[in-house]
Design a protein around this ligand. Structure first.
Ligand code: GLA
Length: 386
């Protein structure tokens, strides 16, 4: 799937016979800090140059009309009757609902959208859909929302319509991204700092297993519940601990039998990853990419063995990556259960190495992996009018 801005504008005109305003809403990568945005941790995401284009214009009616260019599907719905509808529809309707819940006035509008974020691949197409639409509506109807509020409303929309109890990372990266920077986001205070990302002789390469996950399938929400349960148990021993940030991996280890099997593993991972991400931020600031890469490999171990959100295809790609000193870091990215690995690879070798890995992958799983070289981008913005 690769829909360009021109195609979105063209399709908008074809469908609705009027001009529109055009917005770019990026996907995201995350260098490190996985599954800890909902556990009071830190994350290091960035918006990227793969995203969704939105063409939006008021239509003078009381209905919203959507056209998904990628799927060639339509939706027309009265603004008096916004309710969940399974599929991509939930992601756009959820944000309209959020706006209405806040008493914001949204009038009828037409919208065409499409882009080049592979869906269900850990690059957060869902946050791009949510925050892209909300930004467009904010501009078109002068709603007066600031970027952080849009991110928070996008997250809430995901909780209430598709019912994925996600953290704030994806929506925040989508709105706050800054080209050539990663965002060091403190998910407890929801405050951030930008760290310059100077890759120099390295590239960020994503390898898509093409194994599709659906976070909505429930496993994501199960992880979240397990963490909540684990934290409660730990708080009974450490009553001063408000969040996982106040608990060390050693303390978790002391209570292995109180926590029990899976919950113990989840809590150990979370506390380790919180510490790891703080270290990673310092290394990133010092531009020590080799150090950061080592921590990425450690994160993969944790996500695979303790948090159980990897799969044989992802583990295979990371195992292959380990064979090459040129790949200084590799791990599953995003929610997991499939999707992409993120790899830090020496520029001059990446093509041949990645080709060898994807050939091995094909002969093992009979799947053609996809490979993307990504660059960082600014957060959602308005482009030229259509
Ligand atoms: C998904 C969620 C995020 C985050 C990641 C895992 O992308 O939307 O909030 O929890 O998984 O780090």
């Amino acid at each position: 799937m690769s829909t360009s801005s021109n195609l979105v504008v063209e399709k908008f005109y074809e469908q609705y016979k009027s001009a529109a305003r055009l917005f770019y809403s990026p996907g995201r990568i995350n260098l490190i800090g996985e599954h800890i945005d909902y556990n009071a941790g830190f994350v290091l995401p960035a918006a990227i140059d793969k995203g969704i284009w939105y063409a939006v214009a008021p239509n003078g009616t009381n209905s919203a009309r959507f056209y998904s260019v990628d799927l060639d599907e339509h939706l027309e719905i009265s603004l008096d009757n916004i309710h969940p509808i399974d599929g991509w529809q939930n992601y756009v309707l959820g944000v309209i609902d959020q706006a209405q819940q806040r008493g914001l006035i949204i009038k009828g509008f037409d919208c065409a959208f499409g882009g080049n974020i592979p869906i269900g691949s850990g690059l957060s197409s869902s946050a791009a859909v949510e925050c892209g639409l909300l930004t467009a509506l904010n501009e078109v109807f002068s709603l007066g929302l600031d970027r952080k509020t849009i991110a928070l409303m996008g997250q809430k929309a995901e909780h209430t319509f598709p019912k994925v109890m996600c953290g704030i990372m994806d929506q925040y990266a989508n709105m706050m991204g800054k080209m050539n920077h990663v965002i060091l986001l403190d998910c407890l205070t929801i405050e951030h700092r930008y760290l310059p990302l100077s890759l120099e002789e390295y590239s960020i390469i994503l390898i898509n297993t093409k194994v599709h996950h659906s976070l909505a399938s429930g496993e994501y929400n199960v992880r979240r519940q397990q963490c909540e349960q684990g934290l409660k148990t730990l708080q009974s021993f450490y009553p001063d601990a408000k969040t996982f940030r106040d608990i060390t991996p050693e303390q978790v280890q002391e209570h292995e039998s109180d926590l029990g099997g899976d919950i113990f593993k989840r809590c150990l991972y979370v506390t380790q990853e919180i510490a790891r991400t703080q270290k990673a931020a310092l290394l990133c600031e010092a531009n020590n990419l080799e150090g950061l890469g080592k921590l990425m490999y450690e994160t993969h171990e944790g996500l695979s063995k303790l948090y159980d959100v990897s799969c044989p295809e992802l583990d295979f790609l990371v195992e292959q990556a380990r064979k090459y000193p040129e790949i200084i870091g590799s791990r599953v990215m995003g929610g997991g259960f499939g999707g992409c690995t993120i790899n830090l690879i020496r520029k001059e070798h990446w093509n041949t190495i990645v080709e060898t890995i994807t050939t091995e992958y094909k002969s093992t799983f009979d799947i053609d992996a996809e490979v993307y070289e990504v660059a960082t981008s600014d957060g959602t913005y308005e482009a030229i009018g259509g």
